[in-house]
Design a protein around this ligand. Structure first.
Ligand code: SF4
Length: 161
């Protein structure tokens, strides 16, 4: 049993699990079964570590002006390239996350070489013939060139978050 499951089970059983001065407190003790006591004893350090975790993950950083401008340009481009508005927004958000983690991965939908669902630079991209491309799969492509509407935003906003 994982420590989170143990903590959940103890709380579900009506027990309060807390830390006091480095000591693990489980109350009321009258509700503790022998099995519970054994599990708590075996997982004492892990329970203390779990209790010390912050309640919530840190909030993500707000988007910069550059990221907002890029988001808008990407949504427009992706819709013009056949995505539904909802899919275009979801993909533009993925692009923002991708930019922040500096993975260098790109979507064909961001590429100037994408036309009619096919890659116009298939040799450079490593294909043996002109292929239809999976435009929403992130990849590292040697044929990639940023689509002009996105390149314009990069130029206007300095290209930095
Ligand atoms: S060059 Fe690469 S990224 Fe651009 S459309 Fe072709 S396969 Fe996609």
């Amino acid at each position: 049993m994982g420590v989170r499951t143990l903590l959940f089970d103890l709380r579900t059983a009506g027990l309060t699990v807390s830390e006091d001065g480095g000591q693990l407190l489980v109350t009321p003790r009258s509700r503790l079964s022998d099995d519970m006591r054994a599990m708590i004893k075996a997982n004492r350090d892990a329970l203390l570590a779990e209790l010390r975790l912050p309640d919530a993950l840190p909030l993500p950083l707000p988007w910069s002006g550059h990221e907002i401008a890029l988001f808008g340009a990407r949504v427009t481009l992706f819709i013009n390239r056949g995505q539904s508005p909802a899919d275009a927004e979801a993909l533009a958000e993925r692009c923002c996350d991708r930019d922040r983690d500096c993975s260098g991965l790109r979507f064909c939908l961001e590429c100037s070489e994408l036309g009619g669902g096919h890659c116009g630079s298939w040799r450079a991209a490593g294909y043996l013939r002109r292929e239809a491309v999976l435009s929403t799969t992130p990849q590292r492509c040697p044929g990639f060139a940023l689509a002009p509407p996105l390149a314009r935003v990069e130029g206007e906003t300095g290209g930095h978050p």
